[in-house]
Ligand binder design. Sequence first.
Ligand code: ZN
Length: 681
Amino acid sequence: MAIPDEDVAQVRAATDMVALVGEQTALKRVGRRYVGLCPFHSENSGSFSVNAEEGLYYCFGCQASGDAISFVRAVEGCDFVEAVERLAARAGIAIRHDDEGAPAQHGRRKQLYDVLAAAAAFYHERLLTARDAGGARQYLRARGYDGAVVRQFRLGYAPAGFDELVRALRLPTGLLVEAGLAFDGREQGRDAFRERIIFPIFDPGGRPIALGGRVLPPELRATDRDPGPKYRNSPESSVYQKRRTLYGLNWAKQDMVRAGEAVVCEGYTDVIGFFRAGVPRAVATCGTSLTEEHLRLLANFAKRVVLAFDADSAGQNAAARIYEWERRHSLELAVAILPAGSDPAELAESDPDGLANAVRDARPFLAFQVERAIGASDLGSPEGRSRAAESALARVAEHPSELVRDQYLVEIADRTHHDPERLRPLLETLRRESLVGPSASKRGGAARRPDSTRTAAEPLPSDDWPAYDDPGGDGPSASDPVSDVGRPPSGGARQSRRGSGPDETVPRTGRGRRPRASRAGLDGLALAVHRPVEVAELFDAVLFTDPLQREAFEVLASASELHEAIAASAPSVADLLLRIAVADLETDADPLGTFVALTRAAAEAALAAFGREARVAERSGSPAGTREHLEKSGVVRRDLELLRDAGDSLGPGAPAIDAAKRLVAWMVQREEDGGGWRAST
Ligand code: ZN
C-alpha cells in the first residue's frame, strides 16, 4: 500500500501547518515563524517553532521535528499512509493508492471518522426536523437550549426505532459496531443509541470521534421500554480513548488561550452550561477521572486549570498526583467552589453569574483541601479545633514545597488557635508519613514509590516525558532559535561529527557565541533555504568550512526543494536544515554580504593550508613549486584585502564581489586538484 509521491507532495503543500499544529498547542507569530509550547515535551517557554511557508516544525527543547505528516503521526500514533490520508481529508484532496483494492487496515480509522460524522449528522438532522423528536426538543427548550446552542454543539436525537441509524447509513455492521453505533451479539444490527439526546464528542480538530447519549425523562419518552443508564457513551475505539479525550476542547481552546485558563467539569451539559454563562473555555472528561494526558493536552493552551467538579469528586483527586502533575506540566490547578449539591449545568440556568464567579474565585487545590478539612470540624470547641488542625495539616503535608507547607501551617495555626511552633513537629511527622506511609502503598505497585531520602525541593524524576533540556543559566535560551541553530542537539548524531570538523580548531570568541565562519555559514544556509533563487549563482559548497554545514549545502544544492533535501539527508544534516527552516535567520542576512563573509572565512582557512603546503614543498626542494606558491598566495592575499576593506555598499559589481568570485574559483580549483579543505584537515 503506497501513495504516489506527487500526491504526498500535494497533500503537504495544501496543509495549513499553523492550523494543524494549532489544534494541539497555541501558536503565536514571531517574525516569520510561529512559536508555542511544545506538544511533545513539558515546558514553560515556547521552544516549538513552525515555518508556515515550508510546513515544517522544530522543537529547540526536545528536537522533535518534521513536517505535517510526521506531526500527525506523532500526535495520533498512526502510520504514514494514515497520516497522509488524514491530511488529505483535511485539505479536501483525493489521493490514490498504488495498489487500489486491497482491504486496508490503515483505512479503518478513516472509515470510523466517516461513519461517526455521518451518524452525528443523521442525529442532528433528526433533532432539528423530525416529528418524533418533539419530546427531545421540548426537553432541551426546557433547559434553555435554543436553536443556536443545538447547532453550536451539534446536538442530536436518536429515534426510538430499533435500527433507524443502521438502515439509514447502510454500512457494514462490523464498522457500525466498532464505531459504537450498533450492537453486536444478541442484538446485532440494532442501534446502540435509541430515544436519547445525542452529544457528539469531537477531537481537538473538530472531527466526531464518539457519541454520548442521554435518556429523555419518562414523561417525554414515546416508549415504556427500560431506557438503560442515564448516559450511554460510545465504547473506546481506535479513534476514541477516554483518557486523552476532553469533550468541548474543539470549541474551548480558543478562549483558553485568550484567558490563560481552562475549566474542567464532568459532563456535556456542564460544558454547555459554562459556555452559556459566558465562560467558553470549559471541557469535560468523558466518563473517566482526570488523567495526566488530559492535563498535558490542556497545558498546551492554558497554565491555570480550574476543576469545576462537585466538591466531593474534586476532593477525591489524589493530592500527591495533582502536585506532581502541576510540577511536570507547569500548571496551576485550582478548584471552583460550587454550592453544595449543584452542578455547573444547573447553576448556568439558575445563577449564571454565580457560576462565572466560582471560576474567578477558584482556590488553589491545597487551599481547597484545607478549607474542607477545617470546615468539617467544629471550631467552637478545643477538641474540634485540634481535630481541624490535624486533618488540615495532613493535607498540607502532601504538598512537595516546604515554603508552601510553611505558609499553610501559619494560616491553620491562626484559624485553629494554635501556636505554629507547636504544630510544626506534627506537620513534619505527617510529611514523613506521606512520603513513605499509607499514601505510597495506596497508589499500588505501578506507582513510583517516593524516595524518602529525597528532599522536598528536589523534583521527582519524570517517568514518561522527555526531560526539559535546560541549556543553563547564562547560556543561549532554549527558545531563541537564532542563537540555538548552531547548537548541536544534546546527545544527537552531530556530537560525533563536530569533533572531526575544523570548527573545533577555531577558538570560541566567547560563551554562547559562534565562531565567525560558522555564523556566516548559518546565514549562508539560511539564505540557501529561504531564498534559494537569490543565491543559486553566488554560493558554492567550498564556502562552507564546517563539514556539517557543507553537507547541508550540498544536499540543498542537489535537491529540487527543501523537503526533498531533508528526506535525502543524514539525520544530523536533516536536523540542521529543520532548525534553519523554522528560524528567522533569513530576515537580516544580505546575500552579497553573506557571500563576502563566507568567502573571506573560507579563503583565510584555505590560505593557511596553502602556506603549510608551501613549506612542505620548500623542504622537499621544489623551487619552482615554491615560487608558484608565493605568487599565488600574493594574489589571494590582495583579494582577501579587498574583502576586508569592503564596506557596506556591496553592489553586484563591487570590487569585493569580483575578488570573492576569484577566490571561490581558486578554492574550487584547489579542491579539484586534490587540495583544499578536505585534504587540509
Ligand atoms: Zn519539544
